[in-house]
Design a protein around this ligand. Structure first.
Ligand SMILES: Cc1cc2nc3c(=O)[nH]c(=O)nc-3n(C[C@H](O)[C@H](O)[C@H](O)COP(=O)(O)OP(=O)(O)OC[C@H]3O[C@@H](n4cnc5c(N)ncnc54)[C@H](O)[C@@H]3O)c2cc1C
Length: 511
C-alpha cells in the first residue's frame, strides 16, 4: 500500500481545480483519474465522430427507473467533462444563494452566500482565462473587478441580432467564455475562433479546461503524481468508521490500494455519490457519509433545450458563442417566476442537426437549414427533489428522475421565438432537441449536480460548509454534487470557485 498525504479522485472542473489550489502546499498528492489524456486527433473536430458516434463519451450503460438502458453523455478524461464543454463560465446570481419561489416549488437557501464565493469566482475567472465585460448583463451579481480579458467580438450576423434585440429594449450581453484568445493579436492566439468548440475537444488546446489550465501545470511539481486509467472503486474506512484510511482502485482489472491522510472525491455528481454508496460497510450500511440518507438524492441537471432559429438570411458565423440574454432570468411582467437563461451555442452544421431531423431529410436541405440558422441554448432551473436520485443496483448505475418546474423553460422558449420572429426576419423555428423532456432518455447529464449537498445540519446535508462529509473527518467532496440548488446558468465556474475555496481552507488547516 502506497502512502500519500492527499488523494484526489477525478480531474474535472472540481478535482482539477482543487489540484491547482493544493499543488504548492508541500503535501504529497496522488491524483486518481479513470480516464486517459484525451488524444489529439483529427476526430476532435469531426462532428460525426463527436455527435453521432459518441467518440468521447463513455460506453457505460446506465439504467432509468423504468429499467431502460441508456448511454450517459459523459466522458472520462483528464480534465473530465471540461474537455468538451462550451467554456461558458458564469457566476450564479446573488439571489440563487437564497430560497427562491419557482412555478412548481421553492429552492433551498445555500449555507454560504454569494459574498463568500465572490473572491473565488474572481480567482477562477483568472485561472480559466474568462473573457467578458461587466455591466451589460442586467442580472449580473456584484463583481469586485472587471473580467480578466475583454469579451470576444460578435461576428457580423450576431452583431446585427444584438443590435436588433437592443433596439427592442432588451439587454443582450457578451457571453463570458474561457478561451485562450487575444482579439488584438489573433495571429499569436492559440484560439482561432473556429466552429468546433462547443461540445468538441479543442485540437489546439486553446480552450481553458481543467486539464490544460490546472492538471498539466500542476504535474510540474515533484510532489504531485497523476495515475491515469485508475478507477477508484471503493473507499475503505478505519475500524471505527470515522475516517477514510485507503482508496481501492482498479486499472485494467488489476487491483491497487493507496492510503492517504486526506481523501477528496471529485468524480462528478453521479460517480461521487455512487462511490460513496458502493463503499458501504457494517458501520455505514447505507453508504459512506450517508447518515442523512441524502447521498445520491436531489440530483439536478437543469432543463436544457436547444433551438435552431432558421432565417431567410444566411448565417456564416464561425465562432457563434458570443452572446447571451438574461432579461427573463427571473420571469417577466406576466410570469412572476424564474424562467431561465439564453445563450448562443456553437454554430451547428448538418451532421449535428441530422440526428434530430426526420430521417428522410436530404443532406442538402440539412446543409441549407444549418447555413441559415442561429442556434440558441436555453437553461432553466430544475428543483432539487429527494426522489430524483442516483442509486447502485446490482453494480449498475440507476438514475431516477421525474421532471418538474418545466413551465419556466416552456415560457422562455415561446417568448424567445416570438421576439426573434419580430426582431429578426427569421421565418420559422425548429425545436432541435429538447433535453430532459419525458419522452427523451436521460442521457443529457451535462449539468449534473446536487447529489451530496452541503449545509450546516448533518440531518439535512451530506457535506459541511468546507465540503467535508459530516460523518468522516478526512473525506471531502468538491465536484458539482455540493450544490443545494442549481440556478439557471452553466455550473462549471461555481464548481471551480468552490474548489478554490475548499483548497484555501485545506491549506489553512495544514498550517
Ligand atoms: C457537451 C458539454 C458542454 C458543456 N458546456 C458547459 C459550459 O459551456 N459551461 C459550463 O459551465 N459547463 C458546461 N458543461 C458542464 C461541465 O462540463 C460540468 O459541469 C463540469 O465538468 C462538472 O465538473 P465535475 O468536477 O463535477 O465533474 P467532471 O468534470 O465530470 O469530472 C469528473 C472526473 O472524475 C473522473 N472520474 C469519475 N469516476 C471516477 C472514478 N471512479 N475514479 C477516478 N476518476 C473518476 C472523470 O473521469 C472526470 O475526470 C458542459 C458539459 C458537456 C458534456
Amino acid at each position: 500500500m502506497e502512502q500519500y498525504d492527499i488523494i484526489i479522485i477525478g480531474t474535472g472542473a472540481g478535482g482539477g481545480t482543487l489540484l491547482h489550489a493544493l499543488k504548492d502546499c508541500g503535501k504529497k498528492i496522488l491524483v486518481l483519474e479513470r480516464g486517459t489524456f484525451l488524444p489529439r486527433e483529427k476526430e476532435n473536430w469531426d462532428s460525426v465522430a463527436v455527435f453521432q458516434q459518441d467518440r468521447y463519451h463513455t460506453s457505460e450503460v446506465w439504467k432509468t427507473s423504468e429499467e431502460k438502458d441508456f448511454h450517459p453523455q459523459t466522458g472520462y478524461w483528464v480534465g473530465g467533462n471540461t474537455k468538451v464543454y462550451g467554456a461558458a463560465l458564469f457566476r450564479l446570481r446573488e439571489k440563487n444563494f437564497e430560497s427562491v419561489t419557482h412555478f412548481d416549488g421553492v429552492t433551498p437557501e445555500w449555507p454560504l452566500k454569494y459574498a463568500d464565493f465572490e473572491p473565488f469566482y474572481t480567482e477562477a475567472e483568472k485561472l480559466y482565462d474568462v473573457h467578458g465585460r461587466m455591466g451589460d448583463d442586467p442580472t449580473e451579481p456584484f463583481r469586485s473587478g472587471e473580467y480578466p480579458y475583454p469579451p470576444l467580438a460578435h461576428e457580423p450576423r450576431i452583431q446585427e441580432l444584438h443590435d436588433a434585440l437592443q433596439a427592442r429594449g432588451l439587454h443582450p450581453f457578451c457571453l463570458p467564455i474561457g478561451v485562450k484568445r487575444n482579439e488584438k493579436d489573433p495571429l499569436n492566439s492559440p484560439c482561432i475562433r473556429c466552429d468546433t468548440c462547443d461540445g468538441f475537444p479543442c485540437l489546439l488546446h486553446a480552450k481553458a479546461d481543467a486539464d490544460i489550465n490546472c492538471v498539466r501545470p500542476s504535474l510540474q511539481q515533484a510532489q504531485v503524481t497523476l495515475m491515469t486509467e485508475m478507477q477508484a472503486t471503493r473507499l475503505l474506512t478505519n475500524a471505527s468508521g470515522t475516517s477514510i484510511k485507503a482508496v481501492e482502485a482498479s486499472r485494467n482489472g488489476e487491483k491497487f490500494v493507496f492510503s492517504a491522510d486526506l481523501v477528496v472525491l471529485a468524480a462528478g455528481a453521479v460517480n461521487s455519490a455512487i462511490l460513496l454508496l458502493r463503499s458501504a460497510t457494517d458501520l455505514h450500511p447505507g453508504g459512506l457519509a450517508n447518515g442523512s440518507g441524502l447521498v445520491g438524492r436531489n440530483l439536478m441537471k437543469h432543463h436544457n433545450a436547444a433551438m435552431l432559429a432558421i432565417s431567410t438570411k444566411p448565417n456564416p458565423t464561425r465562432f457563434q458563442k458570443t452572446l447571451a440574454v438574461n432579461d427573463f432570468y427571473w420571469g417577466d411582467a406576466d410570469f412572476n417566476f424564474p424562467m431561465g437563461h439564453i445563450q448562443l451555442m456553437g454554430k451547428s452544421n448538418k451532421d449535428q442537426i441530422s440526428p434530430d431531423a426526420p430521417f428522410f431529410t436530404p443532406g442538402l436541405v440539412l446543409e441549407e437549414m444549418a447555413g441559415h440558422s442561429v442556434d440558441w441554448w436555453f437553461t432553466a432551473e430544475d428543483l432539487p427533489s429527494p426522489e430524483n436520485r442516483v442509486t447502485l443496483q446490482g453494480g449498475q448505475i440507476h438514475i431516477q428522475y421525474t421532471e418538474s418546474n418545466t413551465r419556466g423553460l416552456e415560457r422562455l422558449q415561446d417568448t424567445w421565438s416570438h421576439i426573434l420572429r419580430e426582431s429578426d426576419d427569421a421565418s420559422h423555428f425548429i425545436p432541435h432537441s429538447i433535453y430532459l423532456k419525458k419522452d427523451i432518455p436521460l442521457q443529457g447529464l451535462a449539468h449534473q449536480c446536487g447529489t451530496c449537498r452541503f449545509g450546516t445540519d448533518a440531518a439535512s446535508s451530506v457535506l459541511n460548509t468546507d465540503c467535508r462529509t459530516h460523518q468522516l473527518d478526512n473525506l471531502y467532496v468538491v465536484d458539482g454534487s455540493f450544490f443545494p440548488s442549481s440556478g439557471a446558468v452553466n455550473p462549471s465556474l461555481t464548481i471551480m470557485a468552490n474548489a478554490l475555496r475548499v483548497g484555501k481552507r485545506l491549506v489553512e488547516l495544514f498550517k
